[in-house]
Design a protein around this ligand. Structure first.
Ligand code: NAD
Length: 354
């Protein structure tokens, strides 16, 4: 059984990855997470008695803590999910993004290098540092441009994308300069259960249920590719286990949709699952002033991971979206806690006061 140090494992994608690893029992996991506003420790409450899971509250940018954890747990791999991840917040407050995504990743890489260099030959060869990145580092596409490939030049436009690009370059440099066995993945927009309701899909579901306006930036014609979160986790597992070191992989769902089309599909599902008399949820759609510097289109060419590693998404957008809406309808308590602030006091009680 391998041991992984997972960073940011209490967030949306990291928690799904940890639950999968423990459910399928192929790795013991140490989860290093700072518990920012975006984290969901209750998602992992089912692991509280699991001897194969350990939570540590802390910052990837704390070199002493990271060094101590590496020496104590001797992981076979580090998976870096930790990040500030919301584009709108990066526009309002870019500093946190530079601090965690660039400086934090640097400290994590440096501690990993020192740890990796002193491993015995066989373990050194097997060790991996997997960095989870985004398609946003490639910038914006015109409608007829080909989809992003792994060799598409970087052109990040938002502070979030620029900070992720900076961390990707550091990961690449640590492989090129020191030989650290790194892997980098670039995924499109994820969706699924337990996503913090500042991101488009949960925001729209919850506002629609409350009868609040459904805000859509600009003309609603910005295009994104969408991938169900469990498919992303499968892809990460496959890259970790089977990829050659130093590789990068694009991961996407081949689901290019305008934001307006996504919102309309959510409304149509809610019209069926949560009908209100003489009312269509789409009547709540409200176009708002566009986000500054809003990228028009992202599209992912994921033929490399399909060809090299045999990965395919299992979930269609229709089935994944239906499951997602059903999850939010069935988990009113989770939603209430996230929105009420009781959630943050739960974090304080359960993690900070002990
Ligand atoms: P998230 O915002 O839901 O979770 C991020 C987690 O990182 C949180 O638990 C937070 O507490 C933790 N964290 C933040 N700063 C930290 C620090 N300094 N030290 C330790 N932990 C810290 O993010 P997510 O949506 O789960 O995304 C995970 C990763 O995947 C990110 O690197 C993101 O850039 C990337 N990604 C996300 C998407 C998406 O659609 N959500 C798509 C492609 C790539």
């Amino acid at each position: 059984m391998q041991t992984y140090l997972v960073t940011g494992g209490t967030g949306f994608i990291g928690s799904n990855f940890i639950l999968k690893a423990r459910r399928e029992d192929w790795a013991t996991v140490i989860n290093l997470d700072k518990l920012t506003y975006a984290s969901h420790p209750q998602t992992l409450a089912s692991l509280s008695d699991d001897a194969g899971y350990q939570f540590v509250q802390g910052d990837i940018g704390d070199p002493n803590l990271v060094r101590t954890l590496l020496n104590q747990y001797q992981p076979d791999a580090i998976l870096n999910f930790a990040a500030e991840s919301h584009v709108d917040r990066s526009i309002l407050s870019p500093q946190d993004f530079i601090q965690t995504n660039v400086v934090g990743t640097f400290h994590l890489l440096e501690a990993s290098r020192v740890y990796w260099e002193q491993l015995a030959v066989e373990r050194k060869a097997q060790f991996r540092f997997l960095h989870v990145s985004t398609d946003e580092v490639y910038g914006s596409l015109n409608p007829t441009d080909p989809a992003f490939r792994e060799d598409t030049p970087y052109a990040p436009n938002s502070p979030y994308a620029a900070s992720k690009a900076g961390s990707d370059h550091l990961v690449r440099a640590y492989h090129h300069t020191y030989g650290l066995p790194t892997l980098t993945t670039h995924c499109s927009n994820n969706y699924g259960p337990r996503q913090f309701p500042e991101k488009l899909i949960p925001l729209i579901i919850l506002n629609a249920l409350d009868g609040k306006p459904l805000p859509i930036y600009g003309d609603g014609q910005n295009v994104r590719d969408w991938l169900y979160v469990s498919d992303h986790c499968d892809a990460i597992e496959r890259v970790l286990r089977h990829s050659l070191v130093g590789e990068t992989y694009n991961i996407g769902g081949r689901n290019e949709l305008t934001n307006l089309a996504v919102v309309e599909q959510i409304c149509s599902i809610l019209d069926d699952l949560a009908p209100k008399p003489n009312f269509n949820h789409s009547s709540l759609i409200t176009f708002i002033q566009d986000r500054p510097g809003h990228d028009r289109r992202y599209a992912i060419d994921c033929s490399k991971i399909q060809r090299d590693l045999g990965w395919q998404p299992a979930e269609s957008f229709e089935s994944g979206l239906l499951k997602t809406v059903q999850w939010y309808l069935a988990n009113a308590r989770w939603i209430e806690q996230v929105r009420s602030g009781a959630y943050q006091s739960w974090i304080t009680q359960n993690y900070c006061d002990r």
